[in-house]
Design a protein around this ligand. Structure first.
Ligand code: AMP
Length: 116
């Protein structure tokens, strides 16, 4: 199992050590805009719990935490007006998945018809 790095950038946001412009927050998750957008709309949703990636989250998080997190992703998309036109969810996981920040996150990409 990978050790969670308490000093990763998303952990620092959750601790309030660096500012974050939250567009959504509930007991399980926060959401904010990606600093380097890869689409006209590029949002990130992260759980409040300390999980390195999808594998870690699905192995260790409780049922309520897992469902609450995924429900938050759906709420963010709905509240941002993305549900009708659609969007893409991406969860880069680990080295070969291209994950850079070792705190679980879902990318929400939207705002145009995305090429594969
Ligand atoms: P990943 O490659 O899946 O780990 O994606 C990490 C994402 O976090 C990248 O798209 C970065 O642009 C984004 N990111 C890194 N630092 C910040 C930050 N301070 N605020 C917002 N997004 C960030």
């Amino acid at each position: 199992m990978k050790v969670y790095d308490e000093n990763n950038v998303f952990a620092k946001m959750l601790k309030g050590d660096i500012p974050v412009n939250k567009i959504y927050e509930d007991e399980h998750a926060i959401a904010f805009a990606d600093i380097h957008p890869k689409a006209p709309v590029h949002l990130l949703v992260i759980p409040k719990g300390a999980y390195t990636d999808f594998s870690d989250f699905t192995a260790r998080a409780g049922t309520e935490e897992v469902s609450g997190f995924f429900r938050a992703v759906g709420k963010v998309a709905a509240e941002q007006g993305l549900a009708e036109a659609g969007y893409r969810l991406v969860m880069n996981t680990g080295r070969d998945g291209g994950q850079e920040v070792p705190h679980l996150h879902v990318h929400i990409l939207a705002g145009k018809k995305l090429a594969f």
